[in-house]
Design a protein around this ligand. Sequence first.
Ligand code: MTE
Ligand code: MO
Length: 243
Amino acid sequence: MNHPLPPGQREMSSFPRFGLSRFASRFPEDLTRAALHVSGEVTHEVHLANALTGLPRVEHESDFHCVTTWSRRAVRWGGVRFSDFYEAVVIPRACPRPSATLVALRGHDGARTALLLADLLAADVLLVDQLDGQPLGIDHGAPLRLIAPQHYGYKSVKHLARIEFRNPDAGYPVSGFRFMDHPRARVALEERGRGVPGWLLRIAYRPLIPGTVERFARAMAGHRTRASSVGDGVPIRGAHERG
Ligand SMILES: Nc1nc2c(c(=O)[nH]1)N[C@H]1C(S)=C(S)[C@@H](COP(=O)(O)O)O[C@H]1N2
Ligand SMILES: [Mo]
């Protein structure tokens, strides 16, 4: 089953913990509750103690593509379809305005991006709490993450805390520089960034992979050491400071 990878991607032999450097040392404190806040252009803001409760569970295998050009093949995720969550929970309880066709996403570590509601409703987009049949670990986004396999990895927000319905004209906040977040980021079309050609970002990003993998692994090891000696997690600093 060695189908070709999308343009500019190369297979990675492991599945590293990864992201923008400033998130390497930020970890959520509470890993037990997959809580989720639904806000923005809705009739009712909703806080869910567990976003997956009562929804049909699915397992789905997909390839994972980071914008920096590494791909991990055949990752088996377990959780619920975003579309089921939207139909069964968001529409009846939060009631988003029809004009709110953009969904801003935010992690407990402060990571931010957005996806079109239409892209989130694809059948392979999941809210995930399991990886390869095991409970999702803190390294890959516990307690709850999004997986949108047809979009670059930065759209698959780990430690998902909040989804906010927006009018697309309002734009959305992003984690890094604006050019680094394409509004759709479709892997098949190599939409790596905004206003910069995909081939150029390939060349710019690829050399950053080894150092980033190393930095994230070291931060994870440090967190595990502290957590086992102190007996709890390291609080997130700065995650709630920026508007
Ligand atoms: N909350 C949060 N979500 C995030 C990131 C992050 O740093 N924080 N990094 C993104 C990027 S760039 C990638 S490639 C993937 C990496 O997921 P992994 O660490 O499970 O491999 O998560 C994405 N989602
Ligand atoms: Mo990434």
